[in-house]
Ligand binder design. Structure first.
Ligand SMILES: Nc1ncnc2c1ncn2[C@@H]1O[C@H](COP(=O)(O)OP(=O)(O)OP(=O)(O)O)[C@@H](O)[C@H]1O
Ligand SMILES: [Mg+2]
Length: 417
C-alpha cells in the first residue's frame, strides 16, 4: 500500500465523523486527527441538500486535517441507506479434467461470474466477498490459490445499494474536494472495528444503531452471511419522546440521554423525572417508566425490522449467531439497551466499541466512532472486493465497475500473499 496519511469520513445522519491516521512501516495505523461535526443535508445515508452536505463534510475534514497537521493522501468513506441489501451467489469453474493448480485468474473469473449474477438495474454492487471455496465438490478452502483440483466453486456475498444513493454521496464528497479511494458498506466498517475474530467464526450479529439507520451484518464462518439496513434509529426515539412527552426536540434528546432506559423492566413504577414541556418555562414531574415505554416500543420496531430481513432470507439468527449480538453506534449508549435486546432476541448481547485503537484512544473508543475507525481498518486490510475508485463508470454509469472490483481484489490478494 502506498498512502501513509489516510482519512475516513463517516457520513452519518447526526454527525460527520472524520479520523486522520498515519500508517507506520509495519502497516499499523495511528490516529492523529479527529473531528465530528453536526451533519447537515444528510438524512439516513442519503444526501438531501448537496451543497450543505458538502460544506459540512469539508468543514469536518479540514478540522481533522488541521489537528493531524499532515496532508490527507487517501480517503475512505462509508455508505448505507434504505434499500441496501445483500445476497449470496455460487459459481463453478471446471478447471481441467485432470487436476491443475488454481491461479488468480480462475478466482477472478469465478467472482466475476457471481457479480454478474447479482447485477440489478438501478443498483450498485459495492462488495463481493468470497465466503468460501470448494475444490472438487468436497474440500472447503479459505484461499484456493496454488491448490490443485479440477473443479472450483465459490460462494460470494454481494452487497448492493441503490445507485442514486451512492452517486449522490460520491458527489457530495467530491464537491467537498475529495475523491473517495474506497467506499465501504457502513455495517462492514463498524463490524471491522468492534467484532473479534472468534465471534465472526462462531457466528455473530452486529447492529450499528445510529441516529437514522440501523445497519446490521450477520457473520457466519468468518464471513458475512447477510447485510442489511433498517431505516430507523435514535433520532426516531427522540422524536417519539418529543411527541409523547410534549417536549421540544432538544429537551427530548436531553431526557433520552439523561433519563432514558431502553427496557421498561429496569424502571420502578414510582421513579419520577423532571421535564420541561414545550412552550413552557417551568419543569413538571413525569414518569420515568413512561419514557422507557416510548423508547422500548421504538426499539422493538427496530429489532422487528432486523428480524424480518433475517427471516425473509431464511436465516434463524439464534442458530447462526452462536456468539450472540454486538451492538454499537451512538444509540448503544442508551441505558438498558443490552438488557432489552438480550431479552427481546433471547440471545447474549455485548456493547461494541472500537478495539485495538492506537492514538487518541480516550476520544475514539466510543460506539459512535465504530464506523469511522472501522473504515480505517478496512483500508488497512480489506475483505473481499471493496468498491473501486469511481473513475470507471462502466456499470450503468453508476460509478462502480466490475474491472474495478476485480482490480481491488487482485491487489488484496497481492497484499495478503
Ligand atoms: N447517551 C446516549 N443515550 C442515548 N442515545 C444516545 C446517547 N448518545 C448518543 N445517542 C444517540 O446516538 C445517535 C447518534 O449515533 P451515531 O453517531 O452512531 O449516528 P450517525 O452515524 O450520525 O447516524 P446514522 O448511522 O444513523 O446515519 C443519536 O440519535 C443520539 O441521540
Ligand atoms: Mg452511523
Amino acid at each position: 500500500m502506498k498512502n501513509r496519511i489516510i482519512a475516513s469520513i463517516d457520513v452519518g445522519t447526526s454527525k460527520i465523523a472524520v479520523l486522520v491516521a498515519e500508517r507506520d512501516d509495519y502497516g499499523d495505523i495511528h490516529i492523529i486527527g479527529v473531528a465530528d461535526r453536526e451533519s447537515k443535508g444528510i438524512q439516513r445515508g442519503a444526501i438531501t441538500r448537496l451543497e450543505v452536505a458538502a460544506r459540512s463534510i469539508a468543514f469536518a475534514v479540514s478540522e481533522a486535517e488541521n489537528m493531524a497537521g499532515k496532508k490527507i493522501e487517501a480517503v475512505v468513506i462509508n455508505i448505507s441507506g434504505e434499500g441496501l441489501k445483500s445476497q449470496n451467489e455460487k459459481n463453478t469453474l471446471n478447471l481441467s479434467p485432470s487436476p491443475i493448480e488454481v491461479e488468480e485468474a480462475h478466482v477472478h473469473k469465478l467472482i466475476e461470474g457471481c457479480i454478474n449474477k447479482a447485477k440489478e438495474e438501478n443498483y450498485d454492487i459495492i462488495h463481493a466477498i468470497p465466503r468460501k471455496y470448494t475444490l472438487d465438490d468436497y474440500l472447503e478452502v479459505e484461499d484456493p490459490k496454488e491448490m490443485s483440483g479440477s473443479k472450483l466453486e465459490a460462494q460470494v456475498h454481494l452487497i448492493k445499494i441503490p445507485d442514486t444513493l451512492s452517486r449522490n454521496v460520491k458527489r457530495a464528497i467530491s464537491r467537498a474536494g475529495f475523491e473517495p479511494d474506497m467506499i465501504v458498506a457502513n455495517a462492514l466498517a463498524s463490524a471491522k472495528a468492534v467484532l473479534r475474530e472468534e465471534e465472526k467464526e462462531e457466528g455473530v450479529l452486529m447492529l450499528d444503531i445510529g441516529a437514522g439507520l440501523t445497519d446490521f451484518v450477520l457473520f457466519a464462518e468468518k464471513a458475512p452471511l447477510i447485510t442489511g439496513c433498517v431505516p430507523l434509529g435514535g433520532m426516531h426515539i427522540t422524536k417519539d419522546i418529543s411527541h409523547y412527552m410534549k417536549v421540544n426536540i432538544e429537551e427530548a434528546e436531553r431526557i433520552k440521554e439523561k433519563h432514558g432506559v431502553a427496557y421498561v423492566g429496569l424502571v420502578k413504577d414510582s421513579e419520577a423525572i423532571k421535564i420541561k414541556p414545550r412552550g413552557e418555562d417551568r419543569e413538571v414531574t413525569a414518569n420515568k417508566a413512561e419514557v422507557a415505554e416510548v423508547i422500548q416500543i421504538r426499539l422493538e420496531e427496530i429489532m422487528d425490522g432486523v428480524k424480518a430481513q433475517l427471516s425473509k432470507a431464511g436465516i434463524n439468527y439464534e442458530e447462526v449467531a452462536k456468539a450472540g449480538v454486538v451492538i454499537t453506534g451512538g444509540t448503544a449508549e442508551l441505558k438498558g439497551i443490552r438488557e432489552f435486546v438480550e431479552n427481546y432476541l433471547d440471545i447474549p448481547v455485548r456493547i461494541g466499541t472500537p478495539m485495538d485503537v492506537k492514538g487518541l484512544r480516550d476520544r475514539i473508543e466510543k460506539p459512535m466512532y465504530s464506523t469511522a475507525y472501522g473504515l480505517l481498518e478496512f483500508w488497512r486490510s480489506p475483505e473481499g472486493t471493496p468498491s473501486a475508485k469511481p473513475e470507471h463508470n462502466s456499470v450503468g454509469g453508476s460509478g462502480f465497475s466490475i474491472s474495478g472490483l476485480i482490480d481491488r481484489f487482485k491487489r488484496f490478494l497481492e497484499e495478503i500473499s
